[in-house]
Write a protein that binds this ligand. Structure first.
Ligand code: ADP
Ligand code: MG
Length: 353
């Protein structure tokens, strides 16, 4: 374009009327083309004169700014005659981030505006995901390092206990170490979940195993437990070990929420799609604030809690293609409902996706 104009300018005195008209038409076509580019560009473009007054702008500029350009220029305050780049946060009519570039040219300055909201959000998310993974790897590494010496201490304690049977300090030490080992186990499980080994089976089987193993805990607290399982139950694809963990976490919470003489009712049932387990306790219940953050890690109301149990539970259920729901009121108790799709439905869902 520039050399074209230079050429015309040099020869203009020598051109006859016909040639002038021809050159004029060429320029008019070119201007029309540039005008179209200007008007249809999705980047906002504002042309400023040497004093920073807007000479013209395209429709995109107004759309991106959400207001009159002359008004917007007051807070945009673009640097006239300088090449710059910066980001501007707009809060009205909607929150977004614009990138503003200024490019000087002979007669003034051009301001370019571009919506970078989505781009910026993506970058932030990528950064956060990266940081989370680094912290997780570090934490898992530290947990492993702690597990080894703990093991050695535990073995040596056993030797000492042989020499000093029933020594109260040693018993306390062993209990505390057992607690540390439990914390490390849940911590590692939360950080590095293992894939479930899904086999056709019953949703009630691991529940029965878990109840048998916890019998003493119920008796100590005089908590009565009822279990209702139908004679025939459709099979689900299930990792029995992981589900023992699910039931253990939920029942342990139910015990801890219930006072002496509390009550836990467990029902197993099925509908057209799912096998369902409900666990109801008449314990202290939860407020709606607690419920809002229930499955997040490290949320605990207990002095000796880890706040990892429900997070692990939710993940195991999710890995089984199922869902977990909770209803609770302070002072009235809590109801957890677990649903796992029946095998036929799971296969159908997979075929569709
Ligand atoms: P932790 O038991 O270590 O605190 P969890 O993830 O198992 O961690 O539970 C998180 C929190 O959810 C508990 O601290 C408790 O406040 C609440 N909670 C869980 N289950 C129940 C329940 N059955 N009744 C009342 N509160 C519960
Ligand atoms: Mg718990």
């Amino acid at each position: 374009m520039r050399s074209f104009f230079k050429g015309v300018r040099r020869r203009i005195g020598k051109l006859d009327a016909e040639q002038l008209r021809e050159q004029y038409n060429l320029i008019a076509d070119e201007a029309d083309f540039l005008e179209t580019l200007f008007l249809t560009n999705s980047e906002g473009v504002i042309v400023l004169d040497q004093h920073g007054i807007a000479l013209r702008n395209n429709p995109a500029a107004e759309t991106l700014l959400g207001m009159d350009v002359a008004q917007a220029l007051k807070f945009l305050a673009p640097r006239v005659g300088e090449a710059t780049r910066r980001e501007i946060a707009i809060s009205y009519p909607e929150a977004k981030t614009l990138e503003m570039r200024t490019v000087p040219f002979k007669a003034g300055t051009i301001v370019y505006l571009r919506d970078v909201t989505a781009e910026k959000k993506r970058t932030e998310e990528e950064l956060r995901a990266g940081a989370t993974k680094a912290v997780r790897d570090l934490a898992a590494g530290v947990a492993h390092e702690i597990a080894n010496p703990l093991n050695a201490i535990s073995l040596n304690l056993q030797l000492l206990e042989r020499d000093l049977p029933g020594d109260a300090s040693l018993v306390t030490c062993r209990q505390q170490i057992a607690r540390l080992e439990q914390i490390l186990r849940s911590f590692l499980q939360a950080l590095r979940p293992s894939k479930p080994n899904l086999l056709p089976g019953s949703i009630a089987e691991p529940l029965k195993n878990c109840l048998a193993a916890m019998k003493q805990q119920f008796e100590e607290r005089r908590i009565s437990v009822t279990l209702d399982v139908p004679a025939a139950l459709p099979k689900v694809a299930i990792d029995q070990n992981q589900f023992e963990q699910v039931y253990f976490n939920l029942l342990k919470n139910a015990i801890e929420a219930s006072g002496e003489g509390g009550r836990i009712d467990i029902d197993v049932l099925s509908d057209d799609n799912d096998d369902i387990v409900t666990i109801r306790d008449n314990g202290e219940g939860m407020s709606s604030e607690q419920l809002a953050h229930l499955f997040e890690p490290y949320r605990t109301t207990k002095s000796k809690g880890t706040g990892l149990g429900l997070m692990i539970t939710e993940r195991i259920v999710r890995d089984h293609g199922g869902s977990i729901g909770v209803e609770s009121k302070p002072g009235e108790g809590t109801l957890f409902t677990i649903r796992i799709p029946r095998i036929e439905r799971r296969i159908r869902a997979l075929e569709q996706s």
